[in-house]
Design a protein around this ligand. Sequence first.
Ligand code: GBH
Length: 449
Amino acid sequence: MAYGEFPADFRFGAATSSLQVEGSPRADGAGETTWGVLAATPGGILDGSDFDAACDFYRRYPEDIALMKDMGIDMFRFSVNWARIFPEGRGQYNPRGMDFYKHLCGELLKNGITPFVTLHHWELPQALERDFGGWRSKETSKYFGDFAEKVGKELAGMVKNYFTVNEISNFTETCYNTEGGYSPPQVKCDRKTERQCVHNAILGHGLAVEALRRTSTADTEIGLAENPGVFIPAIETPENIEACKKTFRLANAAKLTAICEGAYPEEYLGQLGADAPDFTDEEMRIISSPLDFLGLNIYCGQYTLANANGSVKVLPFPEGFPVTQMSWGRVTPEALYWGLRTCAELWHAPKYYITENGCATADVVRDGKVYDTERVMFLRAYMQNMLRAVREGFGPAGYFAWSLLDNFEWREGLSRRFGLVRVDYETQKRTVKLSGEFYREIIRTRKLV
Ligand code: GBH
C-alpha cells in the first residue's frame, strides 16, 4: 500500500446520535428521557438551550442524506432513542416511533448508504430511572436486552450492523457517582453502586448482543462503541510501549477488558475490595459474547513514560498545549494509532471501526463559507495516524467522522460545534464547511497526503 493511500475496501462514514440531532423528542408518542428531565431543569444545560429542535433531523433527514451522498459518505451511524420505541422503557411498544427509524433506513439504503445503528447513546427512558433507579438496577439491563430484540426484529432486512452501547462511562459513572453525577440523572451514590452501574451496563450490552443474534440474519455484525482511555508512549521504546499496554488493560478493566476477556482483572477487583460489583459467572459469560467488531471513539490520549516498575507516568499537558474548543479536546493524533494498536495486541477482535473522531471549533461564517482550518488540520493528523495503523496491519475497516452536523453537545448545549456541516439553528440551513470539502476529497481520491 503506497504511503497515504486507503485500502480499496476501506469505508468512510459519519456519525450522529438521536437526541443530539433529531429534535421533536416527544413526537409520535415518544416517552420522556433522563436528558429531557435535565433539559427542563434550570441550569441543567449550561447555555440554557434544549434539544427540542436540535438539527430537526427528525423531519429533514432526506435532505441530510442527500448531503452525505454528495460527499461520498457511504456509512451512517445514528442511534435509536429507546423512549421512542418503548415510551416507558418496557411494556407498551410504540410503532410510530419505530416508523421513523424504518423510514430513515429506507432512505439511506435507497441512496446507497449503509446504516450502522447504535442502540443506546445515553438517552435513558425516564420511567426506568423512576421505577428501577436506571442503571443501578439489573432490571434496566434486562429491559435493554428486550429493546434490542424488538429493534433487531423490526429492522431485520434493513440493518446489518449494530453497536449495542456508546461510551459506557458517559451513561454510568458520569451519571451516578460519589460526587453527584455531571450527566443526568445526576445521582450521588456510594462507590459500590457506581461500580454496579458499570457492571449492569456491560451486562445490558451482553444481553443485547444475544438478543440481536437471535433476531437478525447470520450476516449481521455486532459490536459496541467505546472510548477507551488511550495511553501514548511519548517515546516509542519497548519499555514505554509495554507499560502503556499494561496500563490500558487496567484502565479499561470494567468495560472493554471485561467484555473482551470475560473476566474482571484481579487487580481491578482487588483495588475495589468490598466496593466491587455483584456479578455471577453466568453474567460474565453473557458479557463476553463474541463480537464481530470493536468500535473505538477516539478523541484524545495521554502521553506517558514507563516507570521502573512497569507502570506509567502520565505526563501533564503543558500550558499552551494545542487544544480544541472542549477543555478535554487536546490535539493528540497518535491516540488514534495507539488506540487501535493496543486493542489489536491485547484482544485480537475480528475487526475494528473508528466510530467517532473529531473536534469542536469556534466556527464563523464569512461570505457564506466556514473555513475551519483547525478541523482540517485535526482530521488530517488523526487520519495519518490511522493510516500508520493500516500500513502496520491493524487498520480499521472504516472511519466515522464525528459529526456529520453541528449538533446538541449534551450539557454544553448548542454552544459547541463538531460538524463537517454547519447548522444555523435559527433557519436550519446547512453549510458544508471546509472540513466537509476536505473529507469529500479524501473519499473521492482515497488518499491522504
Ligand atoms: C462523544 O463523547 C460522544 O459519543 C458524542 O455524543 C459527543 O458529542 C462527542 O463525543 C463529542 O463530545 O477530561 O480527559 O477526562 C465524548 C465524551 C467524555 C470525552 C469526557 C472526553 C473527558 C476526558 N467525552 N471525556 S478528560
